[in-house]
Design a protein around this ligand. Structure first.
Ligand code: BES
Ligand code: ZN
Length: 857
């Protein structure tokens, strides 16, 4: 009888997507886990005290065997299955209830739930156990109401097949060990996806913040102790910064940062125990490129921003995921810019996140920042870094520019006070910021959050009048749905209002305005609003004639916007080609990097090994010559950060150009460091290694580098080696690489995408990589299918393909998979992305190549 009841309830749950929290509201958990690495089994008991809102309730579980369920000490009927990921319990009553659930579960190698990471010390294979619960994997570790709103306190007790010299850490400090069981202090009220622990042999370094929070960095002993220092310092100072900025204390006794050798995401903000990929935490202080240092600093600052935004106050449901991620993505730059003002953190935002958001958000079919979602597979697919992270952060940067830091801080303080240890929705943030600033922040922001895409603002002089108008910008075909935005215009002309709320606006007599201001007319000064500008010829020529008076962000913006306008077929790519020269000798790394981003986009018009390729190489040579002479191969004592960051960019351009001096110089560097390749200067190391493989390569060199890859524990050196190895032009060696893809002792699944991309983007490897992914798709799905990165394998392909034949093959392979949960949007968008590129190349290839040939004359 009850089985049928349960079936009916299950169907109701599926149909209405009832959240389990509506049926049972947990208050406190006692979780006991016994983890056996040898048998790869977990056995445990989850004791949950809470309030039953219905007589038939459901508790999450996945991949478990449930042996007994008791309610207040009495056995109760239950069923469980992996389809609803639930245990469906017939309580026969409502109200305060203590559930006791006995279970067993496998310890799987999926980098989700409780999982082992593998590493080696001196040839000895070891493992360390860690956890990854976001978004819906806490339910693989212990039965729980695994929804962000179901906040409760947790007592964790963990036993494992422990040996001498092992350590266990968790969200809270350990309070006692009894009979081999480690007991941790009761947590604060928190969501299940933020629970974490790790055990194994570890090393650590500790320090304390001004306010007394213990900060620590943990890693396996395969690393040198000095690799922990950089992150420790950044973590400490980030916490101190946030305590001040948010005016809200860090509420736990400690903040541990743990590097795990196998990790599916980049890092994870578990409260009090943040976990990281080794690449994003450990830094060799004696040889690390500056951009990587900055990256590690911003990753640490991102996860620590979440300790408040995400952990202390959590989104009510996953549709407001952006509230977590967009905010942390902005704060990583706010924090690092505050604690290290000379590092140019915002430059990285402007040349990384901003173009990423503008590119992806211009494709019709893109998601909005705020998206309705229920299915767990769809929740993971929400984590689109270009939208939820980059565009979302840009939305918040826009708000910050609009209301200022004082109102932002006051608003945040009120928000934390109102919602701490609880949950919030986007509207709660807007109302807090609105109250603090006196602006209707919600009305402005909803136009950006709820709508996909963004506007191009056209600025024109018509009949002597300066007019501006907004329209949705598309790269590729787009349905004009008549969307409008409330656009913070940020012009350098006083006559321009703060916001463009209407479709168009007449600003009055252009000559009078131009004369009064004495400067070319500009919009979006500072590039903080999420739109691009198309100036008419009069206005653009005025700007270009005064380009040297523009600051570096404005120059980057000009190049970025022109490139997008060309991609969107609003101007001709050929018209952009000659403009590049004007920016070639900039001292600023943001300008240099924007320039080579545009130049890199010209490469798609050029067929490999053609006469056109010779021309574009000559153009690269011309563009980079002065900078190469200025910066050279060896870091100088007088280098500033711009020099340090520009050097690899211009040298890479010279090497692409096959400049004979550059090729010889890189070869010489290689020869000098032959006995210690890891000791090559980290900034140019990837170029030197790749140059050697491409121009002086042999099977012996290949084997040496592959062996070095297998041995090294330095993630940045390994990334350089992988980039070098995948650039080989030798078919036999490419075949060897493809074999290594599925050998986890060589390429860890977490690093596979970079290898795949390397071979695919190599014109001599494209076919082999494409054949591999099609043939072994099932293996890939089995290996990294549960992973947030999975869909990005498809994205990677869509960035490389440029011919009609490849488009047809892509469709033939992926269209049948279009209904796979979590893949639908990616496949649809990527077909469009490739289609758009194929059409653009067909239409403009001849003109672009002619313009390049003309420019090198
Ligand atoms: N909360 C995320 C990690 C995450 C994402 C877990 C998706 C599960 C599913 C974390 O805060 C994060 O944003 N990590 C980034 C790195 C970050 C510094 C940009 C990541 O993993 O890419
Ligand atoms: Zn995050």
């Amino acid at each position: 009888m009850y089985n049928e009841d349960i079936l009916i309830i299950q169907e109701a749950i599926m149909a209405k997507s009832t959240h389990f929290y509506e049926l049972f509201q947990p208050k406190h958990y006692n979780v006991y886990l016994d983890i056996n690495r040898a048998t790869k089994q977990i056995a445990g008991t989850s004791t949950i005290t809470g309030d039953a809102k219905a007589t038939n309730i459901a508790i999450h579980q996945k991949y478990m065997t449930i042996s007994a369920v008791k309610a207040d000490g009495q056995a109760v009927p239950f069923t469980f299955d992996d389809q609803t990921e639930g245990i469906h319990i017939d309580l026969g009553k409502t109200g305060d209830t203590t559930l006791t659930i006995d279970f067993t579960a496998p310890l799987t190698d999926s980098m989700m739930g409780i999982y082992p990471s593998y590493y080696e010390i001196n040839g000895e294979k070891k493992q360390i156990i860690g956890t990854q619960f976001e978004t819906t994997a806490a339910r693989q570790a212990f039965p729980c109401v695994d929804e962000p709103e179901a906040k409760a306190t947790f007592d964790l007790a963990i036993k494992f097949d422990e040996h001498e010299g092992e350590t266990i850490i968790s969200n809270m400090p350990e309070v006692k060990t009894e009979n081999g069981v480690h007991y941790f202090d009761t947590t604060v009220r928190m969501s299940s996806y933020l629970i974490a622990f790790a055990f194994g042999e570890m090393q650590s370094k500790l320090t304390t913040t001004k306010s007394g929070v213990q900060v620590g960095v943990f890693a396996t002993k395969a690393h040198q102790a000095k690799e922990l220092d950089f992150a420790l310092d950044i973590a400490k100072r980030s916490i101190e910064f946030y305590e001040d900025f948010y005016q809200t204390p860090y509420p736990l006794p400690h903040s541990w940062q743990m590097a795990l050798p196998d990790f599916s995401a980049g890092a994870m903000e578990n409260w009090g125990l943040v976990t990281y990929r080794e690449a994003y935490l450990l830094i060799d202080p004696d040889n690390t490129a500056f951009d990587l240092k900055l990256r590690v600093a911003t990753v640490v600052a991102h996860e620590l921003a979440h300790q408040w935004f995400g952990d202390l106050v959590t989104m009510k449901w996953w549709d407001d995921l952006w509230l977590n991620e967009s905010f942390a993505n902005m704060m990583e730059y706010v924090a690092i810019d505050a604690i290290e003002p000379t590092w140019g953190a915002w430059d990285a935002f402007q040349s990384g996140d901003v173009p990423m958001a503008l590119q992806r958000d211009a494709t019709d079919g893109v998601q909005s920042v705020h998206v309705q979602v229920e299915d767990p597979a769809e929740i993971d697919a929400l984590f689109d870094s270009a939208i939820v992270y980059a565009k979302g952060a840009r939305m918040l940067v826009m708000v910050r520019a609009l209301i200022g830091d004082d109102a932002l801080r006051a608003g945040l303080k009120a928000y934390f006070t109102a919602h701490k240890y609880g949950n919030a929705k986007g509207a709660d943030l807007w109302s807090a910021l609105g109250d603090a600033s006196g602006l209707d922040v919600g009305a402005i922001m909803n136009s950006w959050l709820e709508q996909p895409g963004y506007p191009v603002v056209t600025a024109k002089v018509v009949d002597g009048k300066l007019t501006i108008a907004q329209q949705q910008f598309f790269v590729g075909e787009g349905q004009d749905a008549g969307r409008q935005w409330q656009i913070p215009l940020n012009s350098n002309y006083d006559a321009v209002p703060t916001l463009l709320k209407d479709q168009s606006l007449d600003l009055g007599d252009y000559q009078a305005l131009r004369q009064a201001s004495g400067e070319p007319f500009r919009l979006n000064v500072g590039n903080n609003s999420h739109f691009i500008v198309q100036y008419d010829d009069t206005l653009l020529q005025d700007i270009l004639a005064n380009v040297n008076t523009l600051d570096e962000i404005s120059q980057l913006q000009l190049l970025q916007d022109l490139r997008l306008l060309a991609e969107g077929r609003r101007i001709f790519y050929a018209a952009v080609v000659p403009l590049l020269k004007q920016f070639a000798d900039s001292k600023y790394t943001v300008v240099t990097s924007a320039l080579y981003t545009v130049a890199g986009n010209l490469r798609k018009f050029v067929t490999p090994d053609s006469a056109d390729e010779k021309q574009i190489k000559a153009y690269y040579d011309q563009l980079s010559a002065k900078q190469v002479a200025r910066l050279g191969w060896t870091p100088r004592a007088t280098d500033d950060i711009d020099d340090e960051l520009s050097r690899p960019t211009v040298l890479s351009a010279a090497l692409f150009a096959h400049n004979a001096d550059a090729v010889a110089a890189a070869h010489e560097q290689f020869t000098t460091h032959q006995d210690n390749l890891a000791g090559l200067p980290a900034a140019t190391r990837p170029l030197i290694l790749a140059n050697e493989v491409k121009n002086f390569g042999s099977a012996a060199l290949f084997d040496t580098l592959l062996a070095a890859y297998r041995q090294s524990t330095d993630a940045s050196y390994k990334a350089d080696l992988s980039a070098a190895l995948t650039s080989t032009t030798d078919a036999a060696l490419i075949a060897k690489l493809i074999v290594a893809f599925e050998d986890a002792d060589t390429v860890k699944p977490q690093d596979l995408r970079a290898w795949f991309r390397g071979v695919l983007a190599n014109s001599k490897g494209e076919q082999a990589a494409w054949d591999w992914i099609r043939n072994d798709w099932q293996w890939l799905e089995d290996t990294v299918g549960g992973d947030m990165e999975f869909t990005t394998y498809i994205t990677v392909i869509s960035r490389v393909f440029r011919t009609a034949d490849r488009l047809a093959e892509f469709k033939a392979f992926f269209e049948p998979k279009i209904n796979t949960p979590g893949l639908t949007r990616e496949i649809t968008m990527d077909i469009k992305v490739i289609e758009t590129r194929v059409n653009l190349i067909k239409d403009e290839q001849a003109a672009v190549n002619a313009a390049i040939a003309e420019s090198v004359k």
